[in-house]
Every structure is written in structure tokens, then in C-alpha cells.
Design a protein around this ligand. Structure first.
Ligand code: MN
Length: 292
């Protein structure tokens, strides 16, 4: 039987802080709000760079070389372009409307900057970065990338030209998203015209939230303003989203990974011994090399 999944809480964007000099982010979790770092598992972190105008700059702003181990970073570009490079020799650009799904797993060094041409002209910038935990058995697997372009996204058109559901991972109404995930994850952009209304349905025990990227919407009866995050309750399965104006809504939902968590900075492991090992491996050059 279908039952309503309620909004547990609508969270306003916490005060922003800079990551390097290129990303001005609101951290909704795990540190922005006093919600457990398991509450949105398998999503461990949500950094939201709300809209900001960057002035032109010759030398791109960003974050220099840093490591990751034990999880995946998922970067979604709404405005502006991000260039990345890593210790495996990979590099590329995340353009507007694109997603980079990076499996750091056993460990990489990388850097993230505004793409050169974007930096020179400056302009509007808006991004999301999610950290997706990996199950213990996959934490030390080989790093890899999924560069997901607009053309690759799954698309479900809403009736009457009211917009679409863009599926990055998981599936909606039988339309699959392109991302490979280690555990069950649904990740969509709802691109809605004013008045569009749709129903979403996720398992009761999965963790679900909606980030209002653009415009405002009703989540069930709760008004959710731009830049706010609707945390859905772990009861009931079905809820509705109705656009109060043209809107873009990032929907994330996933099956929690019920394993111990040991986290320190850019490392996300199961035990403190594994954390110590990660720090040691990083300090002894096991993550490879990368020039700033
Ligand atoms: Mn990073």
C-alpha cells in the first residue's frame, strides 16, 4: 500500500564558507546541520555552491592538489565550468549541465579549478558536490571516472510540456540514468515548468532529500524555497513535488550503508586503523604525484 513520505524538515542553507578560493559552499551535511553523518547515507556530504558571480581572473580560482580515499565525489555543474586533473593523468572539464562521478576508492590526488576560459570571462557559478560512501568491500577498488554529458542523461518528459525528469542515476518511470553506482542510488534533476506536478516513490528506509537549485516548489504541502533542502522522513514512500514557478530540483535518494564510519578530512573509511593507514599512505607518496 502506498503511504505518504512526509517532509521531516526544510533546511535553510547554512552560512557559506570557501573551499580553496573557487567554491563558496553551504555544507548541509554532515557538519552544517546537527544531523548524524548516517542520516543521508550513502550520501556522506553535500556541499552546495549557490549562485555566485565570479569576477574575471587570469589565474583560475579553485582547490589545489588534495587526496581522497574510500568514497566517490559527484560534481554537478549548473552554471560555470570546472576543470580537474588527477594523479592518474586524467583531466577534463565539467561543463554546464554535466556531471562528473569520480570513484576515488583506493585513493587519488586531484585538483579542482574554474576552467580557464570561464575564469578569464568570469560569470555565474553554481555547483553541487556530493560525497557518496562506498561499502567496505569496494573502498579499496581501483579509482575511475564517469564523465556524464547532457546527451547521456536519461530523460522522462512530463505531460503537457511541463518539463522533464533528468535521470543521472537510478531510474524514473522505467527510464534509466547512465551512472554506475556501487549501491542503490537515485539521483535526478527535476526541470519543471511552473505548475508541473509529479509523484516520486522511494523505499521507506532509503534516505531521501531534495535541494532546490532554482525556483521554489511544494514538497507535499511544504513550501521549499530556492537554496533550501527538504529532508524527507524515513517513513512512507510516496510524495509529490509541484513547481510554484519554473524550478530545478535535485533529488537524491539511496539505500543506507550500515557499516561503521571513520572519517578524517578527505578520507572516509570504516575503522580508525584504516584512517591511519590512509594518512600514512598519503604521506609516503602512495597516492602518486600531481603538480599544482
Ligand atoms: Mn576533491
Amino acid at each position: 500500500m502506498m503511504s505518504t513520505k512526509k517532509v521531516q524538515q526544510v533546511l535553510a542553507p547554512p552560512p557559506a564558507h570557501m573551499v580553496g578560493d573557487g567554491f563558496r559552499v553551504h555544507n548541509f551535511f554532515p557538519s552544517g546541520y546537527n544531523i548524524s553523518n548516517r542520516r543521508m547515507s550513502p550520501f556522506f556530504m553535500l556541499d552546495y555552491n549557490s549562485k555566485i558571480e565570479f569576477s574575471p581572473r587570469e589565474i583560475p580560482r579553485g582547490v589545489g592538489v588534495h587526496p581522497h580515499r574510500g568514497f566517490e565525489t559527484v560534481t554537478i555543474a549548473y552554471h560555470g565550468r570546472v576543470a580537474h586533473g588527477d594523479s592518474y593523468g586524467n583531466s577534463g572539464v565539467i561543463g554546464e549541465g554535466e556531471v562528473q562521478w569520480m570513484t576515488a576508492a583506493s585513493g587519488i590526488l586531484h585538483k579542482e579549478h574554474h576552467e580557464e576560459e570561464f575564469s578569464k570571462t568570469g560569470g555565474l557559478f553554481q555547483m553541487v558536490q556530493l560525497w557518496v560512501n562506498l561499502p567496505a568491500k569496494d573502498k579499496m577498488s581501483t579509482p575511475k571516472y564517469q564523465a556524464i554529458t547532457k546527451e547521456m542523461m536519461g530523460r522522462y518528459a512530463l505531460p503537457d510540456g511541463k518539463g522533464e525528469v533528468e535521470i543521472i542515476a537510478g531510474s524514473y518511470e522505467g527510464v534509466k540514468g547512465p551512472a554506475f553506482t556501487f549501491t542503490p542510488i537515485e539521483l535526478y534533476n527535476l526541470r519543471l515548468k511552473k505548475g508541473a506536478r509529479l509523484t516520486l516513490d522511494f523505499p521507506e528506509t532509503d534516505n531521501t532529500g531534495l535541494l532546490m537549485i532554482e525556483g521554489s516548489a511544494l514538497v507535499n504541502e511544504e513550501t521549499t524555497q530556492q537554496d533550501h533542502f527538504a529532508l524527507m522522513a524515513n517513513e512512507g514512500t510516496t510524495f509529490t513535488v509541484e513547481a510554484l514557478e519554473d524550478a530545478v530540483v535535485l533529488v537524491l535518494s539511496g539505500t543506507p550503508i550500515n557499516e561503521p564510519i571513520a572519517s578524517y578530512g578527505p578520507f572516509l573509511m570504516n575503522t580508525s586503523e584504516e584512517l591511519q593507514q590512509a594518512i600514512k599512505d598519503f604521506n609516503t607518496g602512495k597516492f602518486g604525484t600531481l603538480e599544482d
